[in-house]
Design a binder for this molecule. Structure first.
Ligand SMILES: [Zn+2]
Length: 936
């Protein structure tokens, strides 16, 4: 071999080519035009255990980096990258090249074959690589789609565009580079006992099987049923095709068709490949991912095609590099700088140990934080605090900050405080004020949680703990290790953490802090008050938490009044001072009159202004919410006489205020308004504004029933005309419509038409009407009908509560049995896989889904019409396991009565296991009685 050149500085290398496996590295090295010896002056960083090969392709000097043998996966890739950057700070762009599992859909223009090449292609805002990771261990856990990772550098994106344009006219050079490789290294073309060679393995060795056709054991597919082959058009050349799209990356090896299809459903339809390293790199190291397809990510996978696939990917990469101008690479930001800009303010001179350590730490910490967040699914308290801040004006709550009790709490001489006051006195605004005040101090760790009547994720102790634990984790104190350890102990997040265990971790983490304040708002809006009180008791009584201070707000309800003072001391339980609140209200009213457009523009007479100040400012009697509502209704008055009249007959209390608000809804809006309020009262999560518009556009009254696109409001803010004063916008990721206050919900629930028995009928009818009337392809429905998924998700829960209505029962049966509506529903949402965004076609029978969601009438009807009670399909395998998992006793009795096999296998060994895994004791007894096998 000719003596190798050595370049005179490591800075001559700007492109890093990362290859995980030895065969990938061999293929990469075979593409060099010239190999180099290590550059003069190259000093491997002491933390760096990577292997490097140096060389040139075209005008680029390239360093090939490979992972430690036997190591693969996203974390290993992240470590490799951070070590690389520590040793070679001059690197500017990265290429991640190797093999992957193809997601072939020959019917959908994705006719991917073994040996083909796939390239991560960003589109719009998506980065081209999507991280999938199965964090669920048992069915029913929620899994969330992971976001797309960062975009590759522009210089590579431009090259991608050019090469694609050229390939429209000319053949790819992959074939030619492969040929050169084999001429230069004939050994790579030979088949031997240990290697099938870096060559095309023959069309007969490329079989794509239907998802339902599993692999028969053995090292290859000779024994696999030919009937399971997907028929594809023959190709007239072995030259690989090149596909551009989304690459899914994660740590779980995908090797069965069902798991593959689930992830594809999750990630989206443009997903063309699975691989296991990119997710570790992309957010920290700007790179493009190029994969040769070596299998179809199913049970038939074997090693035969891996070498050839490595070679095609390497050859394509070489071709692509010819489109990358070396001068432009030099203008690209250094990868390390990108990393540093994330970490901010790192002294650029300090490129030794410190940087390397920070680089490694930052990558790994980010990776971990993402994992922990997916595992804990914490809700975000900032939305509540921000909404409260919007309602507040300068100076609100200042009296509390000046109050001696608060100041003593703040200085630590009082440990806890409970501030209680009646409905509508402005507690949440006070909590936000306290929070802001604490944040100014910078002398302690601050955690907060706002219990929220409108959002089930913000009502339980479990939800609170998830949020607090994550806030603490994100602070990245030395204590993050405890949560990491717990994450690992829970199968790297595949198992859910129990509330008790989470509380233990939180407490242990808190013990090592020096000073902590926890703000808990609206204790009375929690649905797990008893648990909450026990948790508070723990905080108060544990000797190792002496430095943790609570400040809570809430209404003085009986259980709080009887427990909290004895826990934290009578003297630390303070009724909010009505005089101070009244002063706040007066200044709020004055500010509104001088600042709010609706008052300013009207040039009100001095007398009227004085009247408003006096009657509302002085008449609120400690109730902020009341003053707020009255100002709102005065602001809507059309002329002075109208306003004077309204002022003369102000409602005495909130109850009367709300009654009048409902009476004032114009007749022609009434039906729509009531329907909308029924949704707002009973929805488990806040309603998006676009959904609220659809509710209004869906009429359910006899005679005019139907969803009419022409009834969509022109202007979305007009939604508020339907429920003036009763609802409000909240600006979250999507604009949301919330009931304006907890007291509104309480008021409405006292009226018959808003009680669940009545509301569930109208909500079910609205959802079914909507889902029946929206038409078009699945794609169109997803894009153009924003309430589709929500309606598909929630209707069954309300239908189950509305079974007393014969009309609903009939409508339900019709909806489930009708093929079109059933398919539409299942494409939008499958309750047994509720964590999947886009679940694809139904995987079980109509009967199966009816049983899972607990709809007895359609189940009975379907069986009466001959549905097979033992049909296989769906996540749980059969209807009996589905109903047993969910605990629908009446349905289980029906199925068994109609001949369902009590021991049929499915996701669980049998239905008995399904029922006991969820603790349904009576059903366990029933199944045992019917002969269920305890050892299944
Ligand atoms: Zn096979």
């Amino acid at each position: 071999m000719a003596p190798r050149n050595s370049l005179n500085s490591p800075d001559s290398y700007a492109v890093a080519w990362i290859a995980a496996l030895p065969i990938e590295r061999a293929a990469a090295e075979a593409m060099f035009d010239e190999e180099h010896a290590p550059p003069t002056g190259f000093a491997r960083h002491q933390i760096d255990a990577n292997r490097y090969t140096w060389g040139r392709m075209g005008e680029h000097n390239i360093v090939i980096v490979s992972l430690a043998a036997g190591d693969y996966g996203t974390t290993s890739a992240a470590t490799t990258a951070s070590n690389l950057l520590a040793s070679l700070p001059s690197i500017r762009v990265g290429l991640l090249v190797g093999i992957g599992g193809g997601i072939a859909r020959p019917d959908d223009d994705r006719d991917i074959r073994l040996g083909d090449i796939v390239v991560s292609q960003p589109d719009g805002t998506r980065g081209g690589v999507c991280q999938y990771d199965l964090i669920k261990a048992k069915p029913g856990d929620r899994r969330e789609r992971k976001g797309f990772l960062g975009r590759p550098p522009t210089v590579l994106l431009n090259a991608l565009a050019s090469i694609q344009a050229d390939h429209e006219r000319k053949d790819s050079k992959v074939r030619c580079f492969l040929q050169q490789m084999l001429e230069k290294y004939p050994k790579m073309g030979k088949r031997s006992k240990i290697s099938p060679g870096y060559t095309h393995q023959g069309f007969d060795k490329d079989r794509l099987f239907k998802a339902s056709s599993g692999h028969v054991s053995g090292p290859d597919c000779r024994g696999c049923d030919a009937a399971g082959d997907v028929q594809r058009d023959p190709r007239d050349t072995t030259d690989p095709d090149i596909h551009y799209g989304t690459i899914a990356s994660g740590n779980t090896l995908v090797k069965d068709a069902a798991a593959r299809d689930r992830i594809v459903a999750d990630v989206g339809e443009d997903c063309i490949c699975f691989e296991m390293e990119a997710a570790g790199l992309m957010n920290h190291f700007p790179c493009l991912v190029i994969r040769g397809i070596c299998d179809y990510a199913d049970s038939h996978k074997n090693d035969r095609w891996q070498r050839y696939a490595s070679a095609t990917a390497a050859a394509y990469t070489k071709e692509l590099l010819a489109y990358v101008p070396a001068a432009e690479v030099q203008e690209t930001k250094k990868a390390l700088e990108m990393l540093q800009s994330v970490e901010q303010k790192i002294d650029s001179m300090q490129q030794t140990i410190g940087v390397a350590k920070i680089a490694t730490d930052s990558i790994q910490a980010d990776l971990r934080t993402e994992k922990i967040e997916r595992w804990l699914r914490p809700s975000d308290p900032s939305r509540n605090a921000n909404h409260a801040r919007e309602l507040r004006h300068e100076g609100t709550g200042a009296w509390l900050l000046e109050n001696p009790a608060f100041q003593e709490w703040h200085s630590g001489s009082r440990r806890h405080l409970w501030l209680y006051g009646l409905t509508g006195c402005g507690k949440t605004v006070l909590s936000a004020t306290v929070l802001d005040h604490l944040e100014k101090g910078n002398d302690r760790l601050i955690l907060s949680f706002f219990f929220d009547f409108g959002d089930t994720e913000k009502q339980t102790v479990d939800g609170m703990l998830r949020s607090l634990a994550f806030q603490l984790y994100r602070g990245r104190g030395a204590s993050a290790g405890l949560l990491n350890a717990s994450f690992q102990a829970h199968q790297d997040g595949r198992d859910q953490i129990a509330t008790k265990a989470l509380s233990d971790v939180l407490f242990k983490t808190l013990t090592v802090q020096t000073k902590v304040s926890i703000v808990l708002d609206a204790l009375d809006e929690s649905t797990t008050r008893r648990e909450l009180l026990l948790w508070i008791k723990d905080v108060v009584s544990r000797p190792d938490l002496g430095h943790v201070q609570l400040i809570c707000t809430g209404r003085p309800e009986a259980e709080f009044l009887s427990d909290i003072p004895s826990l934290i001391g009578e003297e630390n339980s303070l009724a909010l001072d009505k005089h101070s609140i009244n002063a706040d209200i007066r200044s709020y009213v004055a500010a509104q009159l001088s600042q709010r457009r609706e008052f300013r523009n009207k040039h009100l007479s001095r007398d009227l202004l004085e009247g408003i100040r006096r009657k509302i400012g002085d008449g609120a009697d400690g109730m902020f919410r009341w003053a707020f509502c009255q100002l709102d209704s005065l602001a809507r008055c059309r002329h002075e006489a109208d306003m004077a009249k309204a002022l003369a007959s102000l409602p005495r209390n909130l109850e009367e205020t709300y009654r009048r608000m409902i009476e004032c809804i114009p007749m022609e809006l009434k039906n729509d308004a009531i329907r909308l309020l029924q949704f707002l009262v009973h929805s488990e999560r806040p309603l998006k504004l676009v959904e609220a518009k659809e509710v209004i556009a869906t009429q359910i009254e006899n005679g005019s029933q139907g969803f009419d696109i022409k009834r969509r409001l022109f202007c979305e803010t007009d939604v508020l005309d339907y429920c003036p004063g009763l609802a409000t916008f909240v600006h979250a990721t999507d604009k949301e419509l919330h009931l304006a206050h907890f007291s509104v919900k309480e008021y409405l629930l006292r009226e018959n038409r808003f009680k669940i028995s009545t509301a569930s009928i109208s909500i079910t009818r609205t959802c079914l009407t909507y889902l029946t009337d929206i038409n078009g392809s699945h794609q169109k429905i997803k894009q153009e009908f924003p309430m589709a998924r929500f309606a598909a998700e929630v209707w069954t829960g309300f239908a189950a509560l509305a079974q007393a209505s014969e009309d609903i029962v009939r409508g339900t049966v019709r909806f489930v049995e009708e093929e079109v509506t059933f398919q539409r529903w299942a494409r939008l949402y499958q309750a047994d896989m509720h964590w999947v965004d886009d679940p694809g076609p139904p995987r079980g029978s109509k009967l199966y889904y009816a049983c899972f969601v607990g709809l007895i009438a359609p189940a009975r009807d379907l069986i009466g019409k001959g549905a097979d009670v033992n049909a296989q399909g769906g996540f749980y395998g059969n209807a009996l396991q589905a109903a047993s998992f969910r605990g629908h006793q009446e349905i289980i009795a029906l199925l068994l009565d109609k001949g369902a096999d009590v021991n049929a296998q499915g996701f669980y060994g049998n239905a008995l296991q399904a029922a006991s895994s969820e603790g349904h004791q009576e059903i366990v007894a029933l199944l045992l009685d019917k002969g269920a096998d305890v050892n299944a």
